[in-house]
Structures are given as C-alpha cells and as structure tokens.
Ligand binder design. Structure first.
Ligand code: UN1
Length: 505
C-alpha cells in the first residue's frame, strides 16, 4: 500500500472527512519516504478570529457545568482514544516518522492524561485559610480561566495538545489548537475523535475544541488576542522568545515548553549496562527529536574510554530505517533542513576539536532519496563549546569528561536550557547531591534513567530558556484556572485586618 493510501485508510478509520485532507493548500509529506500523502486547508485570519469568538461563547456555557461533569467528556474522549489507539499511533508514525512503538506510546500518553484529568475533575481543591478576624471565613477557590490557546510542535504532535486539552477542559476552559504545520493530519484525527466523544456526551457547546491550521502568523494572532487568557506554547526557544513578549504586552499568561539540552552524568560507580540502555533510548530514540532527548553525556575520566567504546559499539548496530517495520529503532528526521542542521553542528564540533566516534552521516540516501535518515552520532568533545550549548534536534550525543563531582554539575548546569537531566550512580551521596538545591538546575532530574520518557503524573517542564512552564501532572492544572480569595463576614461587627481602627464618628 502506498503511503498516501495508508494515510487515507487511517484517516477514514479515525472518522476524518476526505474533504478535509484531499484538496487543501498545505501539502503534507511523510518523512518516511518524502511522498506527498495529503493536503489540508489552512485557516485564515478571519476564520481564526471566528474560532476564538466561538471559543469565547463556549466558555460562558462550559464554565457553568460542574467539574465532574466536564470530566465525563474527557473520560469519553479517553475511551475513543483507547478504541483507536492503533490507528492514531499509526498515523503519528506516518506523519512524523516515529517508530511504531513510540507512535503507540504517544497515544498512551494521551490516554493517561485523560485518566488523570478525569480524577482531577473531582479534585480542583481550594483551601480554607485561618482568618485573623473573628467571625470571618477565608477561602480560596479555583475558577475556570477562559479559552486556552495551545501551540504545539511536530515531535509530539498529539500528546502535548492532550496534556493541555484534558486539563483545560476539566478546568472549564475551551481549547484552540494550532498544531505544527507539519502535522495537521494527526490534529484532524484528534478533532474527529473528540467530536465522537462530544456526540456521546451531548450538549457540548460549539467552539469548545477548535483547530487552527497555519504557521507563525496564526501563532502570532493567538498570542495577540486578549480574549485568550492563557497561551501554552511548545517549540523552539526562538519561537518562545517571539511569542512571550507579545503575550506579556497584553498582560496575558503564557506557559512555555521550549528547548532542552539535556545531560546525563555517568559517575565512576554507575552500572554501565544500565548506562548503555538508558543512553540509547534517550539519545537515539525518536531520532533525537524529543525536547527531552539526551544531548550531552558527562562521564568521569576514569571510565570514559570504556563508556565510549561500549556506546560506539551499540550505536553501530542500532537499526535505522522505515519506522513502520518491526525492529526499527530509529526512523527519519522530520526534514532535510533538520539533516542540514545536524551536518552544520558536526562541522562546528569538528572545528572545535570534536572527534566523531560513531555515525555522522546520512543513512538510506540511495533507497530513499527524498527522506532524511541520520545515523545515530556520538562525538567526543574536548570541552563544552558553543555548539554543545545549542539544541540541535537530531541524534547527536556529545561526550564530555569530568574529574570532580562539582565539575560534572557545573557542566550539566552550564547551558542556557534547563529541561531534563540525569545521573547514573550507585553512590547515594552523589545522587542526593545531584537532586539537592545546588545540584541539577533543571525541571526534571532523574537517577539511573535517562532524561527522556517522563510519565504524565509529574509536572513537565523546565527552567531558564526552557521557559519555566509546567504541564501535565502534579498541580500543573492551576495554570489553567483563576484563583479567587474570598472573605465572608458572618457577624454584625466589622473588625478590620491588621487591627486597623477606623471608627466613623
Ligand atoms: C516533548 O518532546 O516535547 O518525557 C515532550 C518525554 C515525553 C514527552 C516529551 N513524555 O520524553
């Protein structure tokens, strides 16, 4: 079956009307072969404005529904996802080039956040606070916030939207989604599954879940519109730096998930079998295109030669190829530009004295000239130069060496990004030091696993140029709500706070 037939079969199974993916102005190609698989209509400025208006109206109705009822819609959506997990996972593989396991894993991540959000819908807890005034009750309540814009990246085309959407919906907020221009098909499929859930739920207000297909101009439009109190944006640091000041200029809220430059420290006591497996999954999985991908390995000088030798060995035998084939572990990069960035980074690394010990080239160029497969690449670097401080969205792992534990932590923290980090050690003191306040400065810090592959229960996000936002689990839901402090006086006296006397004569 050709890739476009496969896309059509999956989209039909997922309930997407053929008119939505047959005759648009935005051409969709699969990175697996480079073939055109569909074309989708872009949303223009006027239609985007209309979507925001609908979402605003939907908010007025949706916020009045009790939280647990809102949770029921998310529960139904989770059921639709369970039913179509294979089809949606297959479409993720086709549109983004993730291996089948990771396509399915991404849909599982959506199911997990739906389950989490359903429970949350009964736990939007406020507080009761001890008032300093007699006969007064002081409380804190969380109210729905308003329409939330979600701007998502190609690499997690559906999961990141769902982290935001599942929480926003139970919190009482409509969602306006602008996916990456490279991934409109999986977005259309999600909307279709959402519509199925909405139909079963009945009475869902029009505009509760909107889709805007377009590029940076649409993102800017959403960032600038003051009817949208929260813009949640995932993508490059550069994108965040462009959007955040616009949102701030209207005093809107932003939730940013930007670049990562994630490291693993390998201490002398580390279990090296675990290191090799952990590094492989984090560094070459998803072809190095996760924001949590492992990009820097900081290895103690006493074991670095051994670690590099073992990794170089494994790198050479990782199956690179068609992500639909069972057994493949590394699929294609999303585009030729991604491959060019990989090559430019390697040129720079070599000029800085780096030694490419595994990979470094293109794979399958002859068989698939229109697709961009990269060999997983391992580069030994003399120091943390400018290229190592940058995020290159490709399977390049830079190896650095340290001698003292403080030096390892300084290297780990010595980059502009602060998303995910990890240490491999069996020394309790080293592990605890890494997790302490003077240890890793990242939003995610792991011990004896790599930096990627977080589960949804924790808050996901990072510091510095990663943008500071937290999505998904823990109390990330609070970003999607408005906090209200209420003081109720149930007496006929009027004692004032701070003991102020204000007696009107
Ligand atoms: C991303 O790459 O944008 O922790 C998200 C992980 C995944 C999510 C990555 N659960 O690697």
């Amino acid at each position: 079956m050709s890739a476009s037939d496969q896309a059509r079969t999956l989209l039909e199974q997922l309930g997407v009307d053929a008119a939505r993916f047959m005759a648009g102005d935005l051409v969709v190609r699969t990175p697996i072969t480079g073939e055109e698989i569909a074309s989708v209509a872009r949303t223009d400025a006027g239609a985007t404005d209309a979507a925001i208006t609908r979402a605003t109206h939907a908010f007025a109705a949706w916020r009045d529904l009790p939280g647990p009822h809102r949770g029921e819609l998310v529960r139904l959506f989770g059921e639709e996802l369970r039913r179509e997990k294979d089809a949606l996972g297959g479409l993720v593989t086709l549109e983004v080039g993730k291996i089948a396991q990771e396509g399915l894993g991404e849909v599982q991540e959506m199911i997990d956040i739906c389950d989490f959000a359903v429970g949350l819908s009964r736990q939007l807890y406020g507080r009761s606070i001890a008032s300093e005034r007699p006969g007064h009750r002081l409380t804190e309540t969380w109210h729905p916030l308003g329409p939330v814009a979600v701007i998502s990246a190609f690499n997690f085309p559906v999961a990141v939207w769902s982290w935001n959407a599942a929480l926003a919906l139970v919190c009482g907020d409509p969602v306006i989604w602008k996916p990456s221009e490279r991934t409109p098909l999986t977005a259309l499929a999600c909307m279709s599954l959402f519509d199925r859930a909405a139909e079963r739920f009945g009475g869902v207000p029009a505009g509760l879940a909107e889709l805007v297909i377009g590029g940076a101009d649409r993102a800017v439009q959403l960032a600038d519109d003051s009817r949208i109190p929260l813009v949640s944006a995932t993508g490059s640091t550069q994108m965040g730096k462009e959007l955040a000041p616009r949102i701030a200029a209207r005093l809107g809220r932003s939730l940013l998930e930007l670049g990562g430059n994630n490291a693993a420290i390998v201490a002398p006591s580390a279990d090296l079998d675990l290191v090799v497996r952990g590094v492989l999954f984090s560094a070459v999985g998803t072809a190095g295109q996760r924001c949590t991908s492992l990009r820097r390995l900081i290895v103690h000088e006493s074991i670095v030669d051994d670690v590099v030798a073992r990794l170089a060995d494994s790198y050479g035998s990782v199956p690179v190829g068609d992500p639909r084939e069972p057994g493949t572990l590394v699929g294609p990069l999303i585009s030729g530009e991604s491959f060019e960035r990989l090559e430019a980074a390697l040129d720079e690394a070599r000029a800085d004295g780096g030694d490419v010990v595994a990979g470094g080239g293109r794979a399958l160029a002859h068989e698939l000239p229109d697709a961009w497969y990269a060999q997983p690449t391992l580069v030994r670097m003399p120091s943390q130069t400018a290229v190592v401080e940058r995020e290159t969205f490709a399977p390049i792992l830079y190896v650095l060496t340290y001698s003292e534990p403080d030096e390892a932590i300084a290297l780990q923290n010595g980059v502009p990004q602060g998303l995910a980090s990890s240490i491999f050690t069996t020394d309790l003191r080293e592990a605890e030091r890494f997790l302490a306040s003077a240890g890793s400065d990242c939003g995610i810090a792991n011990v004896n696993i790599g930096p990627s592959g977080a589960e949804i229960g924790g808050a996901f996000g990072g510091e510095k140029e990663t943008g500071g936002g937290r999505e998904s689990g823990s109390d990330a839901w609070k970003a999607y709500m408005r906090r209200q402090t209420a003081t109720v006086n149930y007496t006929s006296d009027l004692p004032l706070a701070q003991g102020i006397v204000f007696d009107v004569p």
